[in-house]
Design a binder for this molecule. Structure first.
Ligand SMILES: Nc1ncnc2c1ncn2[C@@H]1O[C@H](COP(=O)(O)OP(=O)(O)OP(=O)(O)O)[C@@H](O)[C@H]1O
Ligand SMILES: [Mg+2]
Length: 338
């Protein structure tokens, strides 16, 4: 890998960029602020995030990727170009490997690649998220032996069985971190008649969720608006509440894991029973999730080290494997440029 190589994990929630041997150089929210009058990007990442909901009409501050798909092409391209320029400085024409959500269409892929090229890239590769996730988790995927990864991000959960550098079976569902937050907001509204904001719900999820064996003793105070009184209110939510709010959503993902297993050739199923299921993405940090999956599926399950940065680490490693990994790249011929 050359010092100028740039790896990008373009996620719904976060964009993580690695560069050469420096490791991660950007880990910021996937947000862009655009001035419609001057037709230019004002800010990206953390700076743009602060502007959401606080801008005059001619400035838009948006998350251009929603539910794991590109909902605003122009803004996504503008965001990518800006981020690449930011990290690139005066570098000469880097190689870029991009990891895009698995439900992104070919046309959208093409647009993302064009954006990277227009920012000055010499060569752009697209890598599929599960391949990058497994590489990042340190799994050797080059052998004809099955590995399974479940990546739970902000917009989508991706489940895949990989063998011999390629995806054998996969499935992507729009049930992940953002939907968990929405389920918590709904749950608190129904049970306590208090409406809380997204950030509050997300924070409670990170702090006290336990989807395996909640005791009811871990609690957190959350603040919101009482729906009947209309006034601010503080309430205490327990880990058992969180279990009740989230278990249906989590089970939806586990049901899909079961479906993927059902469609996987038996030899590979045998391999996975030995090697175990690997969890990556921010959602993998839900407490009790590996235990719950193990119990319901009957295969061992572990969370990758630092799961939120796993895909980005894998993208960075992929530079060493560009030849061997051809199958892992989507339509590589389409994206090879001289
Ligand atoms: N400790 C935690 N417990 C539970 N969820 C967490 C924790 N930390 C982060 N998350 C959640 O992880 C999600 C973000 O994960 P990640 O950065 O992997 O998503 P992404 O790659 O941007 O999205 P996608 O892969 O869907 O495009 C958010 O919904 C966030 O709330
Ligand atoms: Mg992701």
């Amino acid at each position: 890998m050359a010092a100028t190589d740039i790896g990008i994990d373009l996620g719904t929630a976060n964009i993580i960029i690695t560069m050469g041997n420096k490791g991660i150089v950007v880990n910021e929210p996937s947000v862009v602020a655009y001035d419609k009058k001057k037709q230019c990007v004002l800010a990206v990442g953390n700076e743009a995030y602060k502007m959401i909901g606080r801008t005059p009409e001619y400035i838009v501050a948006v998350k251009p990727l929603k539910d794991g798909v590109i909902s605003d092409n122009v803004m996504t391209e503008a965001m990518i170009v800006e981020f690449i320029r930011k990290v690139m400085g005066r570098l000469v024409k880097p190689r870029i490997i991009l990891c895009v959500p698995s439900s992104v269409t070919d046309v959208e892929n093409r647009a993302v690649v064009e954006a990277a090229l227009s920012a000055g890239a010499r060569k752009v590769f697209i890598i599929e998220e599960p391949i990058a996730a497994l590489l990042g988790a340190g799994v050797d995927i080059s052998k004809p032996s099955g590995s399974m990864v479940v990546d739970i991000g902000g917009g989508t959960s991706d489940i895949a069985v990989v063998s011999f550098n390629g995806i054998v079976k996969s499935c992507s569902l729009k049930m992940a971190g953002n939907k968990f937050d929405a389920a918590i907001i709904r749950g608190i509204t129904m049970k306590y008649k208090v409406l809380v904001g997204e950030k509050t719900a997300e924070n409670a999820k990170k702090q006290i969720t336990n989807v395996f064996d909640p005791t009811g003793e871990n609690r957190i105070t959350v603040k919101g608006r009482h729906l009947i009184k209309g006034l601010p209110e503080s309430i205490e939510v327990t880990d058992r509440d969180m279990y009740d709010f989230l278990i249906d959503s989590v089970n939806e993902i586990i049901d899909k894991v079961r479906e993927v297993f059902e469609q996987t050739p038996p030899e590979l199923v045998g391999d996975i029973l030995t090697s175990g299921i690997v969890l990556t993405g921010g959602g993998a940090m839900l407490k009790g999730l590996p235990e719950l999956i193990s119990q319901k599926i009957g295969a061992p399950c572990r969370v990758a080290d630092n799961p939120i940065e796993c895909v980005a680490r894998g993208v960075s490693k992929a530079f060493d494997y560009t030849d061997e990994l051809l199958d892992g790249f989507q339509k590589i011929s389409l994206y090879r440029y001289k």
